[in-house]
Structures are given as structure tokens and as C-alpha cells.
Ligand binder design. Structure first.
Ligand code: ADP
Ligand code: 5GP
Length: 196
């Protein structure tokens, strides 16, 4: 019997390594789907339309808000980000686990709408290491890096609202811990499903 999938919310300060850890998780697990968000931020080199994000202007994003197309949405350091609801629901119905890489305001909206969702906070080993990683990534202007570091302090303060905290010291280890969390959470509601 196919059990409906589970939603895993993943948050953490920008630069903590969410994308890196999740890439490793996805390479090691089947029946798991990454929710592709809409955003008004510009694509980074290497990012692909429909794979990393659906990139759009503010008018189109605001029309999607008005049309009720988002499961959640929020603003983050000057840009809109949102999760299109339709594909999430389709994948859950099909029995896939769904991973949402979203910030804290959106995470609160999802908890409200889908109380059975499991939330995981990816934490960097220290603020110094976070700053180092953000700068090393070289994808943001200095102004945006400062904005993201300020925002990181707010995100740290929300950590206790999450079901699990994973420290991303070594991303392969952190991914292993994430997979163990997924297995434990799935075993709670669907014994045996973690082995599928
Ligand atoms: P996020 O998705 O949380 O914004 P990224 O996955 O883009 O963060 O990671 C930010 C930067 O830190 C990237 O340059 C990435 O290669 C690096 N990074 C991620 N995890 C680790 C780690 N465990 N150790 C060292 N560097 C890391
Ligand atoms: P980035 O610009 O680094 O890709 O993402 C910035 C922040 O936006 C990250 O904290 C990421 O988790 C968050 N984010 C990405 N997509 C969404 C989304 O659909 N909704 C919300 N609320 N946050 C998102």
C-alpha cells in the first residue's frame, strides 16, 4: 500500500549549507521530491529555471499571491519567495516525501496549514563559519551578505520551534543525520515505509 508522503521543512541561515546537505540527501534517497520555489531574486550562475527556482518579476509573483497559488510565501532580504501549492499536493498524493527549503516565516505558515509536517533546522557550526561560507560562495553583493547575516540572527532565535536541529559541520555526516531523521519520522506514522 502506498502511504501518502510526508512534508519535511528545512530552514536555516543563508549559507548554513541547506542546498549542499540536501543535494547529498537527494543523491542517496528515492521517492523524495524537492519543491521548486518561485522567487523574484535573480538567478545565480549555474542555477536553472524550473530546477532551482521559477524566476519571475514582482508583478507575476504578486498575481500568484492574489490567485491563491502559494502554500506559503514570504519576503527575504528584498525578494519574494514562495512555494507553489499544486505540485506539493500532487507529490504527496503520489506517496513522495516532499522537501521544502524555506525560511522561518514561510515555515510557520506551513506548520499552520500542515501540522503533521516535520521541520529541520540546519545550523552552521558558528557565526564566523557562516560568514566565511557566505563570502566563499561569492554569489551576493556585500550589501546582501550583510542583510543575510543580520537575518541569520533572527533565524537562530527561531531554532527551538523546529522538531530537529542538524549541525552542518561535515555535509556528508549532516546528510546522514538528516536521512536518519526522515527514517525515524516515517517509521512513526508508517512502520516499514522508511525501508522503501
Ligand atoms: P544555503 O543553501 O544554506 O544558503 P549552501 O548550500 O549554498 O547554503 O552553502 C553555502 C556555502 O558553504 C557553499 O559555498 C557551500 O559549498 C559551502 N558549504 C556547505 N556545507 C559546507 C560544509 N559542511 N563545510 C564547508 N563548506 C560548506
Ligand atoms: P536563496 O536566495 O539563498 O536561494 O534563498 C534565501 C532564503 O529563502 C533561504 O532561507 C531559503 O530557505 C528561502 N526560500 C527559498 N525558497 C523559499 C520559499 O518558497 N518560501 C520561503 N518562505 N522561503 C524560501
Amino acid at each position: 500500500m502506498t502511504e501518502k508522503g510526508k512534508v519535511f521543512i528545512v530552514s536555516g541561515p543563508s549559507g548554513s549549507g541547506k542546498s549542499t546537505v540536501l543535494r547529498e540527501v537527494f543523491s542517496r534517497r528515492d521517492h523524495i521530491w524537492f519543491s521548486v520555489s518561485a522567487t523574484t531574486r535573480a538567478p545565480r550562475p549555474g542555477e536553472e529555471e524550473g530546477v532551482d527556482y521559477f524566476f519571475m518579476d514582482r508583478d507575476r509573483f504578486e498575481k500568484m499571491i492574489r490567485d491563491g497559488q502559494f502554500l506559503e510565501h514570504a519576503q527575504f532580504v528584498g525578494n519574494y519567495y514562495g512555494t507553489p501549492a499544486g505540485p506539493v499536493m500532487e507529490h504527496l498524493e503520489a506517496g513522495d516525501d516532499v522537501v521544502l527549503d524555506i525560511e522561518i516565516v514561510g515555515a510557520a505558515q506551513v506548520r499552520e496549514k500542515l501540522p503533521e509536517a516535520v521541520s529541520v533546522f540546519i545550523q552552521p557550526p558558528s557565526m564566523e563559519e557562516l560568514e566565511h561560507r557566505l563570502r566563499k560562495r561569492s554569489t551576493e553583493t556585500e550589501e546582501k551578505i550583510i542583510g543575510r547575516l543580520e537575518r541569520a540572527r533572527r533565524e537562530f532565535a527561531e531554532r527551538d520551534k523546529y522538531d530537529h536541529v542538524v549541525i552542518n559541520d561535515d555535509f556528508v555526516r549532516a546528510a546522514g543525520e538528516f536521512i536518519e531523521i526522515m527514517d525515524r519520522e516515517k517509521a512513526k506514522t508508517c512502520p516499514g515505509c522508511e525501508k522503501e
